[in-house]
Design a protein around this ligand. Structure first.
Ligand SMILES: [Zn+2]
Length: 563
């Protein structure tokens, strides 16, 4: 897709604002007319001599890790973040809290007050070292123009790098076009800047004639390259759900680096070379079964299936999220009628995968500011745009863990559901009436969290099931590459965070299995997670999601999920 860039004009007013605000704001204000991909707004503007290549810089900015050991320290940190409009990289909690500090603020009294009171270490000494000087959207333009036409989604090459909004859209379109019986495009709505929030509905289809089906299957290029007939005979849904680790099926096991690394040692991120075996390997590790021969026929697709919603990028800079959920979509699609475990789940559930919820913010991170978090809606303060969508959902809205200050990264907006992205996703869930599981993917910290976050005095009535499923999912995830994910309610795992998605989806949307998942890492790179970690992160997360879906299938028999 051809894209051109508009000229950015530095407004005179910015000169004033740039003095008053730290580096990131300078960059944002300097781009009153952001260069924007033509596909985003349906217009194209030619290059001229003033084409802007600037990308927000973070020279000398540090990310400090505070070791918060008591509530007084936590309150001090929270108050400083609010007062100074600092950028929290991790959630506030008793424990480690990561905070980005602009160079100009490092020696101010407010910052010295927290660094002298709360023990801290430097996680990132100079953030600019991790951020390209050119916008990725610009520098990758030519490369992706060439590659978009040549992507082969049947292998994992697409998941060796991060992709911009347009490329993720192309991926979705390709899936819809190549597998029309299985994949439908869904639209959640349009953002403030006019972008469509797109997604995929993936659900099994009833085959017409078995004989034709079998011939057709052999010719389908998207099947994995290994022996299809062998897989046809495998009963993946043995009764040993959650059983012992006695799997002897070496064919189905990927080369899992079984270290128990929880320190983000890069040696744990090797990419599996066995594309075709990955799907089956999850199940081997998840269910610890020795596959046995079976004559069981595939299940019939449900006419009115229950839905599992997966989405990412409520927060724009958390790039690993869209990569992971698009991978899950691909594995589901390619695994259908190839892998019986996936086939059964897709025949019973509708998976709705939305790679990028905060489309405007995501595009902004590719073109202007890698550290952008919020959406791009205007606020009451012209030089502080953006509402935090995940502080704007309408249940337990506006409490601790969110901010009423538009310049704060956790700004909850003027009222609940003022953020279009939150409102449209909430409406989507209400309209569908069939959603039984919802996972909102974020980064980073490696957490698998359940409600509530907005009111820590409340416990969901389904807490036991939520915890059991979450613990199982985290264990399944851990089994793939050894990464540990902490499990618990938002209040227990982190700290109070009001207006979050899963409080609403659980309490109002009636989605029993509502989770917020913080993906890799634990802070070594934070939002700048290296691309080499995309694939292993995707593989392990797929295992967690599949565990959850199967847990629901087995636990919720009253919903009609019989094996
Ligand atoms: Zn987030």
């Amino acid at each position: 897709m051809r894209r051109t860039w508009t000229t950015a004009t530095v407004a005179l007013s910015c000169a004033v604002l740039c003095i008053a605000y730290p580096q990131p704001f300078q960059q944002q204000q300097g781009q009153q007319h952001p260069f924007t991909p033509a596909h985003g707004h349906g217009h194209q503007v030619n290059h001229n001599e003033e084409t802007v290549h600037t990308y927000a810089r973070f020279d000398g900015e540090q990310v400090l890790r505070f070791d918060v050991s008591n509530i007084d320290q936590l309150k001090l940190l929270q108050a400083t973040v609010e007062k100074e409009n600092l950028d929290l990289w991790s959630n506030l909690r008793i424990g480690t809290v990561d905070l980005r500090l602009p160079a100009a603020k490092l020696s101010t009294p407010a910052i010295k007050a927290i660094t002298s009171t709360i023990p801290s270490t430097i996680m990132i000494d100079d953030l600019q070292d991790l951020i390209p000087s050119q916008p990725p959207a610009f520098t990758r333009l030519q490369q992706q123009q060439q590659m978009n036409e040549n992507w082969n989604f049947t292998d994992n090459s697409f998941w060796l790098q991060y992709h911009d909004f347009a490329t993720l859209n192309n991926f979705t379109e390709t899936m819809v076009q190549q597998y029309p019986d299985l994949v439908k495009r869904v639209s959640i709505g349009k953002t403030f800047e006019g972008r469509e929030i797109f997604g995929m509905s993936i659900h099994g289809f009833k085959q017409k004639k078995d004989k034709k089906k079998k011939k057709k299957r052999k010719s389908r290029s998207w099947f994995f390259g290994n022996d299809e007939e062998d897989h046809e005979e495998v009963d993946y849904f043995d009764e040993s759900f959650g059983g012992h680790n006695n799997d002897n099926d070496q064919e189905d096991i990927i080369d899992i680096l079984g270290n128990n690394d929880d320190n983000d040692n890069e040696s744990s991120t090797s990419v599996s070379e066995k594309n075709g075996d990955i799907v089956s390997s999850w199940w081997s590790w998840l269910f610890n079964t020795t596959p046995r021969r079976s004559i069981r026929k595939p299940s019939k697709p449900k006419k009115h299936p229950k839905a599992i919603v997966l989405h990412a990028a409520q927060h724009a800079r958390e790039w690993i999220g869209p990569a992971v959920v698009s991978y899950i979509a691909k594995e589901l699609i390619l695994g259908y009628r190839k892998n019986k475990k996936i086939t059964r789940l897709l025949d019973q559930f509708e998976f709705i995968v939305v790679p990028v919820l905060n489309a405007d913010g995501y595009v902004y991170t590719w073109e202007h500011n890698r550290m952008w978090r919020k959406n791009r809606q205007p606020t009451s303060i012209p030089f502080c745009p953006g509402i935090d969508p995940n502080r704007n959902w309408g249940h337990m809205y506006g409490g601790d863990g969110s901010s009423s200050n538009p310049c704060n990264e956790g700004y909850h907006g003027p009222e609940a559901f003022a953020a279009l992205e939150s409102k449209m996703m909430a409406d989507f869930i209400l309209d569908r009436k069939n959603v039984v599981a919802y996972i909102d993917f974020h980064a980073y910290s490696q957490l698998w969290m359940s409600p509530y976050g907005g009111d820590c005095s409340q416990i969901p009535k389904d807490d036991e099931d939520l915890m059991e499923a979450g613990m199982g999912a985290a264990k399944a995830l851990h089994n793939v590459h050894g990464k540990k994910f902490s499990v618990g309610s938002i209040c227990n795992v982190i700290y109070q965070a009001s207006g979050g998605s899963i409080d609403w989806t659980y309490a109002v949307g009636k989605v029993k299995y509502s989770y917020g998942v913080e993906l890799r890492d634990t802070g070594r790179y934070g939002f700048m997670l290296p691309e080499a970690e995309i694939l292993p992160s995707s593989e392990e997360t797929m295992a967690g999601v599949m565990y959850l879906a199967n847990f629901i299938r087995l636990r919720e028999k009253q919903w009609g999920y019989f094996a």
